[in-house]
Design a protein around this ligand. Structure first.
Ligand SMILES: [Zn+2]
Length: 281
């Protein structure tokens, strides 16, 4: 694919091209009225709706960038989620060295995205400053907001900060050659997305800026939101990125069946981990 290197941007070399490993670590059976905000207003019948849970690993020949860490078993099961693979086990099976000083992007601080930050004691944690400030403010204790977080998991972020490993950003930041993190807000105050250059074009990891393709295509916000206009703007931003060709494909935060469209990382990891833009080994 072309596009990313055009227009006088950074020169593209082999180290700038990544493969995206998508780990489906959990799932749940929900109802449409449980996932779309104010669903009754659409006047549509309710129906079952599957929500899958993902984390992502970006790998180039020289660099590994982690995007979110999935949920921890306890908080997941307390919320009725099904654990398909413990993320710690998934990292081990993928050969990710959790002791290495990787870059770890936190797209937002909900329990299903930061549940295993503590597995990476040497990582540099990249997160929007607005996100950290919000979840360490009194507002984080409000029931309809705090429901989506775990205090000890947010504490893993402040611990990384105390250890000099937290990299706050505003706007947009390139965290590795070819990997750019951009905050859009909406779902949470510092909700961020990641663009990465792959052999299959520029991929946008929308995380929970777009939970589901239907949310994007029908402009139907997810039920959990801290700033509704910002959420709508974020959806428009993603549509604009696609329409302009700035990104070639989008991976959403919680669509079911994403792995069905990807090549398994290995036969043993079929159904658990798929790869987009696989690099030659
Ligand atoms: Zn999520």
């Amino acid at each position: 694919m072309t596009g990313a290197g055009e227009g006088g941007g950074a020169p593209a070399g082999p180290v700038d091209v990544y493969e995206v490993v998508v780990v489906r670590h959990g799932t749940r059976r929900a109802r449409r009225s449980e996932v779309f905000l104010n669903y009754a207003q659409y006047g549509e019948p309710d129906a079952d709706f599957t929500v899958d849970y993902y984390l992502w690993v970006l790998r180039s020949p020289t660099t590994t960038v982690l995007v979110d860490t999935g949920f921890a078993r306890g908080p997941a099961e307390a919320r009725g989620r099904t654990v398909l693979v413990d993320p710690a086990d998934a990292y081990r099976r993928l050969g990710v060295d959790t002791a290495a000083p990787h870059t770890l992007v936190v797209t937002h601080a909900h329990y299903d995205h930061i549940g295993n930050v503590g597995l990476f004691p040497s990582a540099t944690v990249v997160v929007s400053g607005a996100e950290v400030d919000f979840w360490t403010s009194p507002m984080a204790a409000k029931p309809l907001i705090g429901h989506f977080t775990e205090a000890d998991e947010v504490a893993a972020l402040t611990r990384a900060d105390a250890e000099g490993r937290l990299r706050r950003f505003t706007g947009s930041v390139e965290v590795a050659p070819g990997v750019v993190v951009t905050e859009v807000g909406g779902h949470t105050p510092g909700q961020a997305m990641v663009t990465v250059r792959t052999g299959a074009g520029v991929v946008l990891l929308a995380s929970d800026a777009v939970h589901f393709t239907e949310e994007l295509e029908r402009d139907m916000p997810f039920i959990a939101v801290t700033d509704l206009p910002a959420l709508y703007r974020g959806l428009q931003t993603v549509r604009d990125l696609l329409a302009s060709g700035a990104v070639d494909s989008v991976l959403t935060g919680h669509d079911a069946g994403v792995l069905d469209r990807l090549e398994p990382v290995s036969p043993e990891l079929a159904g658990v981990a798929g790869v987009l833009g696989r690099l030659p080994s």
